[in-house]
Design a protein around this ligand. Structure first.
Ligand code: NI
Length: 253
């Protein structure tokens, strides 16, 4: 079975067919899904969905793009949500320097630090979003040596990947690794051991080749497994099995 470790089924693009789509996942070979939150409301939705679907687990967190209205009291809401059943991580959290209109960098960094501290307090792993902010993200996670996690949609260098693995972190890849212009991701996938990799879709975004342009969903995570298999010269079944075990061990499922 496939483990999609990162998908956003609270997204409005699933409003029309969410229930039918999710109910069909086990027959499409998807046995586990983690749905991270991006703010308090979507984290609450993720927690609720985890109650409804056996195979779906939740993470709760404030995404860097959504931290513009951050108030310290939100940490209490997040802490309460993090204690709900089937919450397996704090995420997705991190830094996003790509969009000029994103919240100020200093605020993103403060919100990231607070959520890493919450993960430490609750002994939960974290799911990190790092877009065009590699140096700052790495230096901030290093401030919390007791916290480990996964860099989702990892876009850093082989050197950064090796530094993270040394610290006990995992890397996760999605459809972006299948794109024709993907350069760094295949290099990193080739360089790091299979035991350090997880697969994801980031649905509804980043749909893998050959479905690029369509709405993404967890059934397409098999194309990510196939890409990793191709790069590593092993079978897709081997990747499927290893990433399933890696994900279960990482999230404590
Ligand atoms: Ni995401």
């Amino acid at each position: 079975m496939l483990f999609d470790t990162h998908a956003h089924y609270d997204d409005e693009r699933f409003d029309e067919d969410r229930e039918a789509l999710l109910n069909a996942m086990p027959e499409k070979g998807v046995g586990l899904i983690v749905n991270p939150g991006c703010d308090l409301a979507s984290s609450r939705t993720a927690v609720d969905m985890a109650q409804k679907y056996d195979f779906l687990y939740a993470a709760v967190g404030i995404h860097p793009e959504n931290c513009g209205d951050f108030a310290p009291a939100m940490m209490d809401g997040l802490r309460a949500l993090a204690k709900a059943p089937k919450v397996v991580a704090i995420g997705e959290i991190g830094l996003d320097y790509y969009w000029a209109e994103n919240p100020p960098r200093e605020l993103q960094q403060e919100v990231l630090r607070r959520q890493l501290a919450l993960a430490q307090e609750l002994h939960l792993p974290v799911i990190i979003h790092d877009r065009d902010a590699h140096a700052d993200t790495l230096s901030i996670v290093r401030e919390f040596p007791q916290v480990t996690g996964v860099f989702h949609c990892f876009a850093g260098s082989v050197e950064m990947a090796q530094a993270l693995i040394k610290m006990g972190w995992m890397l996760s890849f999605n459809g972006a690794a299948t794109f024709k212009n993907a350069k760094k991701a295949p290099e990193v996938i080739a360089a790091v051991p299979l035991e350090k990799l997880m697969i994801e879709t980031d649905a509804p975004y980043l749909t893998p080749v050959p479905h690029r342009g369509e709405r993404n969903d967890s059934s397409y995570v098999r194309f990510v497994a196939e890409k990793i298999a191709e790069i590593k010269g092993i079978s897709a079944e081997e990747v499927e099995k290893a990433t399933w075990e890696n994900g279960k061990a990482f999230f404590g499922i």
